[in-house]
Write a protein that binds this ligand. Structure first.
Ligand code: FDA
Length: 308
C-alpha cells in the first residue's frame, strides 16, 4: 500500500529536499550506503572483501540533467576503478552503472552521451582488470539500455546487464542473453510499473523470477542471482545443482545492509556472494526505493522521527 507513494516520492524534488533535512535520515542511510566519499567506499570494500565477499560498487546518481554532470560521473567511476586497481581490490570488486547517471535521459543526444561515457568506464575497468554491470531502470529505458549493452559487448564481452523479472518481456530477454560469455544479474525489479508491462502481484513476480532463472541456469552464461528472498535463494541453489554448476559459474548478490547473516551463511557454504555497495552524496532515489521495498524500514524511520 505504501510502495506507490514512496516510489512516487523517490522522484519528487520537493520530498527530496524535505527528507534530506530530517535528522534521523543520515543514520538510516548509513545502513544502506558506504559513505559520501571514495575513501569511505574503498574502506568498506576492503572490509567486506576481507570477510569473503565480492563487491559491485555503485557511484550514486541518476537522472543527470546535463552533459557535464554526466561526464563528471564517468570521471568519478574512472577514479574509483583506478583506486580499486591500486589497492589490489579490483580482483574482487567491480562496478555497477546506471545509464541515466551518465546521460541516457538527456533530451539531446542522451543515448550517444551515455554510450560514450559508459565506454570510458568500461575502458577503465579493462585497465583495472575488472568488470562493469549496467543497472536497469524503469521500463521506458529497457530497450535503450539493452541496445547500449549490445554495442559495448562487442568490445567488452564481459559487460553484465540487469534484467527485471517483473517485466513481461524478461523471459524472452533471458533466453536472448543466456549464451556463452553473457553475465546477467536477475532481480525482481524496484520501480512502479503499469500492468501493461509488468506483473503486479508478488506471487506472479516470484514465479516469473523462477522461470527466468531456469533459463539462465540452463544456459551457458554466468547467472547473477540478485535477491534476498529465502525461497528464491533456495530454488537458485537447487537449479544450480541440477545443472551441475560449480560455485564459480554463478553467484548470489545482495544489497549492502540487507540480510548480512544470510550473506555470511552463503559465503560459508562456499558460494560466490557479491554485495552491491552504493556510495556518494546522491543517495535519495536509492534510499527511497529501499524504504518502498520493506515497510519495516519505513516504520524504523518514522519511529526515529517520533522519538526526537
Ligand atoms: P523481496 O522484496 O520479496 O524481499 C525478500 C526479503 O528480503 C524480505 O522479506 C526482507 O527480509 C528482505 N528485504 C528485501 N528488501 C529489503 C530492504 N529494502 N530492506 C530490508 N530487508 C529487505 N532493481 C532494479 O529495478 N534495477 C536494478 O538494476 C537492480 N539492481 C539490484 C542489484 C542487486 C545486487 C540486488 C540485490 C537488487 C537489485 N535491485 C534492482 C532491486 C530488486 O529489484 C528488488 O527491488 C530488491 O532486491 C528486493 O527484492 P527481493 O528479491 O530481495 O525480494
Amino acid at each position: 500500500m505504501l510502495r506507490t507513494p514512496l516510489l512516487a516520492a523517490a522522484r519528487s524534488p520537493r520530498t527530496r529536499a524535505l527528507v534530506e533535512q530530517l535528522p534521523p535520515t543520515r543514520a538510516l542511510v548509513q545502513r544502506f550506503v558506504a559513505g559520501d566519499t571514495l575513501d569511505q567506499a574503498v574502506a568498506v570494500t576492503d572490509e567486506l572483501v576481507g570477510a569473503g565477499r565480492r563487491i559491485s560498487l555503485d557511484h550514486l546518481g541518476e537522472d543527470t540533467s546535463d552533459a557535464d554532470q554526466a561526464a563528471a560521473t564517468a570521471t568519478a567511476y574512472e577514479r574509483l576503478l583506478a583506486a580499486l586497481r591500486e589497492t589490489g581490490l579490483a580482483e574482487r570488486a567491480e562496478v555497477s552503472v546506471k545509464l541515466s547517471a551518465v546521460g541516457q535521459s538527456l533530451a539531446r543526444d542522451g543515448e550517444r552521451i551515455a554510450l560514450d561515457n559508459a565506454r570510458r568506464i568500461c575502458e577503465a575497468a579493462a585497465v583495472a582488470g575488472t568488470t562493469v554491470t549496467l543497472d536497469m531502470e524503469d521500463h521506458t529505458t529497457t530497450d535503450s539500455t539493452l541496445g547500449i549493452a549490445r554495442e559495448l559487448r562487442a568490445d567488452f564481452p564481459w559487460l553484465g546487464v540487469v534484467l527485471q523479472a517483473y517485466l513481461h518481456r524478461t523471459e524472452a530477454d533471458c533466453a536472448d542473453l543466456a549464451g556463452a560469455g553473457s553475465r546477467v544479474r536477475l532481480c525482481k525489479g524496484a520501480y512502479q510499473e503499469p500492468a501493461s508491462v509488468a506483473h503486479q502481484a508478488k506471487a506472479e513476480v516470484d514465479r516469473a523470477y523462477v522461470r527466468c532463472l531456469k533459463t539462465l541456469m540452463q544456459g551457458e552464461g554466468y547467472p547473477m542471482v540478485a535477491s534476498h528472498d529465502p525461497r528464491l535463494i533456495r530454488i537458485a541453489g537447487q537449479l544450480a545443482q541440477w545443472q551441475e554448476r560449480k560455485a564459480d559459474t554463478f553467484e548470489y548478490q545482495m544489497l549492502y545492509g540487507i540480510r548480512p547473516e544470510e550473506q555470511q551463511r552463503l559465503v560459508d557454504t562456499g558460494a560466490t556472494m557479491r554485495i552491491y555497495l552504493p556510495y556518494g552524496g546522491e543517495w535519495y532515489g536509492y534510499f527511497m526505493r529501499r524504504l518502498a521495498e520493506r515497510p519495516a524500514n519505513l516504520a524504523f524511520f518514522l519511529r526515529a522521527l517520533a522519538t526526537r
